[in-house]
Design a protein around this ligand. Structure first.
Ligand code: RP5
Length: 169
């Protein structure tokens, strides 16, 4: 069994139906050597559980919370209201979304004083990268992996240019 205090990132979502999107945050964190814990916590269906999680997250040793939800997506904002930890919000285009803008605006348009760092629609991978960048501020091994990640991105683009050069017009 993993020791809870080794896990620095909590990934929570409003429903298990959000998992196909949110799993991407866990995958990229794993690539950076960061363990995460995935949980389903609904602001609307399990409000007490959400409040208990948000108020106890720092004591459990988490440094960052990634929260994803769709439709009337109140989970990231409500968690942010009850913790001092940074919260990264992932808007999800879910079965109850009109077009995804409902999820984006529910998470993005927080009042002054209670921020949620909101990524693009379904962009759980980017949420994982931001979480890793926060962890990297106090973890040299993770910081090194972030530098490598940037180098890999550049390499990918340069390789794609080589392929374009081969195209005969
Ligand atoms: C939101 O409602 C969840 O985050 C999910 O995106 C959406 C639909 O939930 P299910 O009806 O699929 O459980 O609270």
């Amino acid at each position: 069994m993993k020791k809870q205090n080794n896990i620095k990132v909590a990934i929570v979502m409003g429903s298990s139906s959000d998992l196909p999107v949110m799993i991407e945050a866990a995958k990229i964190l794993k690539q950076f050597g960061i363990e995460s814990k995935i949980d389903v916590i609904s602001a609307h269906r399990t409000p007490k559980r959400m409040f208990d999680f948000a108020t106890g997250a720092d004591k459990k040793g988490y440094k960052v919370i990634i929260a994803g939800a769709g439709g009337a997506a109140h989970l990231p904002g409500m968690i942010a209201s009850a913790t001092t930890l940074p919260v990264i919000g992932v808007p999800i285009k879910s079965s109850n979304s009109i077009d995804g803008w409902d999820s984006i605006l529910s998470i993005l348009q927080m009042p002054n004083g209670v921020p949620v760092a909101t990524v693009a629609l379904n962009a759980a991978q980017n949420a994982g990268i931001i979480a890793a960048q926060i962890i990297a501020l106090s973890d040299k091994a993770v910081a090194k992996k972030i530098v490598q990640h940037k180098a890999d991105l550049e390499k990918k683009v340069m390789n794609s240019l080589k392929e374009i050069d081969k195209v005969k017009i």
